[in-house]
Design a protein around this ligand. Structure first.
Ligand code: CMP
Length: 136
């Protein structure tokens, strides 16, 4: 069953630094996503730690939080039918090496850390993540 959903997308520091913001947004729009909200920000490490708290116990947690707070990012609320799954499909596998042709991470990702984009992994987490960046 299809339903209109919202999901959170982040264009990560590696992609912003390489000036890929416009091209990545075009990929979202060409795939039917509406960008409802967006802002370019730089977050502190303690905010990255809160955002990625679900990964707290992972060996890569500290580097991940250093990385997300290392430069400007673009956070967006994307909307379309089945947006959460659609965005995950468009992003491709977490590791760009495993990502399929035509996905954002295949096209732009550098490594599992510098994989250019983040997207919510469930409708429930999408609400939490959208709230994290856009409740004020
Ligand atoms: P993201 O979708 O933003 O969610 C958590 C991030 O951790 C992930 O993308 C990767 O960039 C990063 N990461 C680094 N190492 C790993 C790993 N071994 N497994 C999964 N994610 C990893």
């Amino acid at each position: 069953m299809s339903k209109i959903e919202q999901t959170l997308s982040i264009i990560k520091p590696d992609a912003v630094e390489r000036k890929l913001e416009g091209e990545i947004k075009e990929m979202f729009k060409n795939n039917g996503f509406v960008i409802l909200k967006e802002k370019k920000i730089q977050i502190e490490k303690n905010e990255a730690e809160k955002f990625y708290k679900v990964h707290e116990a992972k060996p890569f947690y500290n580097d991940l939080c250093d990385y997300l707070s290392s430069g400007p990012i673009v956070v967006m609320v994307l909307e379309k039918e089945n947006a959460v799954l659609g965005n995950r499909n468009l992003m491709g596998a977490t590791n760009p090496k495993d990502a399929k042709e035509g996905t954002i991470r295949k096209k732009y990702g550098i490594s599992i850390d510098k994989n250019s984009v983040h997207g919510s992994d469930s409708v429930e987490n999408a609400k939490i993540e959208i709230d994290f960046f856009f409740s004020n």
